[in-house]
Design a protein around this ligand. Structure first.
Ligand code: CA
Length: 222
């Protein structure tokens, strides 16, 4: 997987490059809008991470030019945390997803995996967050390189939902909606039962309870 990382802040770019490379991406970095636009058109990337605040040419303009020229690689934009207008404009200009700064790298990686899966219209065999690896074909999870454990269908969908939304408070009703099929009995109390089972499999500390709000999936420390 070849990825173009467009980020002008050198320290952030270096850190992201290292972490994305560790995930198996071949990473090219562009640090201004003009280089980024050229590179994005020149090379056939699988994925692009595009910061919007760039010297040379603003990220939104770069994105619009790419799309106007038929560049089809999926693009995730990095925006200011409270920049909702930017996100709307970015999505309209052809971005596939966005992430507000500052962000956790785990979330960036999970979002990139989800984008890739959608872009390829296929179930990715594996989803990796921290030291958890979820195998979508085998429906197993392995923790820190240990032997894979089989999951029931509901455990699998619940864990997948957690892993795609690390460090976020997820309410029971959100989880219920994302975990059950429509014809399933949507009893949100069942979520508690499944969370308890998942904790037994992946460790108590991975799923924190926020009383009255829901649960937070905590990826392992890097
Ligand atoms: Ca910037």
């Amino acid at each position: 997987m070849r990825l173009l990382l467009v980020e002008d802040e050198p320290r952030l770019a270096a850190r992201l490059r290292e972490q994305l490379s560790a995930q198996g991406y071949a990473v090219d970095v562009a640090s201004d809008g003009i280089d980024a636009e050229f590179q994005g058109l020149e090379v056939d990337y699988d994925l692009i991470v595009l910061d919007l605040g760039l010297p040379g040419r603003p990220g939104l303009e770069v994105l619009a030019h790419w799309r106007a020229q038929g560049m089809r690689a999926p693009v995730l934009i990095l925006t200011a945390r409270d920049g909702w207008q930017e996100r709307v404009v970015g999505l309209k200009a052809g971005a596939d997803d966005y992430l507000g700064k500052p962000f956790h790298v785990e979330e960036l990686i999970a979002r990139l995996q989800a984008i890739l899966r959608r872009a390829h219209g296929e179930a990715a065999p594996q989803l990796t967050v921290g030291d958890l690896v979820l195998d979508e074909d085998q429906r197993t999870v392995s923790v820190a390189g240990a032997a894979p454990q089989s999951l029931t269908a509901t455990e699998f969908r619940l864990l997948r939902c957690f892993m795609l939304n690390p460090d976020k408070v997820l309410s029971k009703s959100f989880l219920t909606e994302h975990v059950y099929d429509q014809d399933f009995d949507r009893d949100s109390n069942l979520i508690e039962v499944y969370v308890r089972r998942l904790r037994e499999r992946i460790g108590e500390a991975r799923i924190a309870t926020r009383r009255g709000h829901g649960y937070v999936f905590v990826p392992a420390a890097r």
